[in-house]
Design a protein around this ligand. Structure first.
Ligand code: GLU
Length: 383
């Protein structure tokens, strides 16, 4: 298996974790769900005691917590699966206040003040709202308050939804300039095989670089929670290429948060990348929502991946979805493997007309030509 699955720590955990001050901790629904349904208050209490402990060591904590739909669904007596969007939104409205009530009570026992912050993807893509959210979080931290963040489920429609709290926690880590992202779940971390099927599966302690081999390990989505391992890896990928390390660990293990901070060998640590992508390109690849897909031929794939070129119409085989000028689109090869993401200079309708043509023919076909490139190199990020 690839040397990227480095089980020997290249830099010691201790070195990485020693300087960590601001930590984003994501707690998922799977962890918060009790066996009888509803919130697992006992586990919440243990996690909060652990958070209180690291706070007393001078760490700043931002929580990203799911559980609104879970708590509301239980209260309304709704079934677990197959809820309509409006029922999920109603459940979130009922559950969010219950979730916060539970957190507030549990944090109060440690004399810690907490605050609710609800965000949508729109809040993070619109610069003014992004800055407002950032100021609020920084101010809360100044006042020693723990921000508890969730997606504003009741108002989001597909267009402006982050979708899962793994990705939300990554966006928040970048926004709040965190030093570490901890994603707590109900498994010990990323394993070399599916532990349910393979008794030789072992925990990967350190991942140096998230490559295709690593993505393959996430396997198919399992039918619990919203995200599964795939979205946890996406989140880890997003923060590590921005220079923030991430750890996926099991929230059921006693004292897991303080053990992580103590540099105990628990969970899977994803090392921050040395070569970080500029914040504009990070924003394109990790914050904006994919609005459509452009399918490339082999020549265009090569030009993008190996030659550092822009995307021209000649290398486009097909276009999928409806999008406008300036939207973020995903560029895939004929096997639908994603190669790059970028901001398009042409709408899906226009690309459909000029695909396969030379740039010199654009004006003749469309009767105007804003640009030679469909996606300029400066607005393109290889995936
Ligand atoms: N925002 C959802 C909730 O609070 C959870 C989304 C997720 O778990 O990823 O129920």
């Amino acid at each position: 298996m690839s040397c990227q699955l480095a089980d020997k720590n290249i830099i010691s955990r201790h070195d990485i974790l020693a300087g960590v001050k601001r930590i984003v901790i994501k707690i998922g629904s799977r962890l918060l769900a009790s066996v009888e349904n509803g919130l697992n208050l006992e586990l919440m209490q243990a996690l909060i005691a652990d958070i209180a402990k690291i706070r007393s060591q001078g760490k700043e904590v931002i929580l990203v917590s799911s559980g609104a739909v879970l708590a509301g669904r239980t209260k309304l007596g709704l079934k677990k699966f197959g809820l309509s969007i409006s029922l999920k939104q109603a459940a979130a409205a009922v559950g969010q206040s219950r979730l916060m009530h539970a957190y507030e009570k549990l944090f109060n026992a440690h004399d810690i003040c907490s605050a609710q912050v609800l965000l949508t993807r729109d809040d993070l893509t619109c610069h003014r709202r992004y800055l407002n959210a950032r100021h609020t979080i920084f101010t809360l931290l100044d006042y020693k308050v723990i921000p508890i963040i969730n997606e504003n489920d009741t108002v989001v429609v597909e267009e402006i939804k982050v979708g899962d709290n793994d990705n939300l926690s990554a966006l928040v880590s970048n926004l709040a300039e965190a030093d570490l992202l901890i994603i707590l779940t109900d498994v010990d971390g990323l394993c070399s095989a599916d532990p349910c099927k393979d008794k030789n599966a072992r925990l990967i302690k350190t991942v140096k670089h998230i490559n295709n081999d690593i993505h393959k390990l996430a396997g198919k989505e399992r039918a619990f929670g919203t995200g599964g391992m795939i979205s946890k890896l996406q989140a880890a990928c997003s923060v590590t290429c921005f220079g923030i390390p991430a750890i996926i660990a099991n929230g059921h293990r006693p004292g897991i948060i303080s053990r992580i901070i103590n540099a105990d060998e628990v969970g899977t640590l994803f090392l921050a990348q040395k070569k970080q992508i500029p914040s504009r390109k990070h924003w394109i690849a990790h914050v904006l929502k994919v609005k459509g897909m452009i399918i490339l031929d082999e020549g265009a794939k090569l030009a993008l991946c190996k030659k550092g070129r822009s995307l021209l119409p000649s290398g486009i085989l097909a276009v999928r979805g409806r999008f406008g000028v300036g939207d973020m689109v995903s560029c895939v090869d004929i096997d639908k493997k994603e190669i790059a993401r970028g901001l398009t200079n042409y709408s899906s309708h226009e690309i459909d007309k000029i695909k396969g043509c030379n740039s010199s023919e654009i004006e003749m076909i469309l009767h105007y030509k804003p640009d030679d490139e469909i996606i300029h190199r400066n607005n393109l990020v290889l995936v």
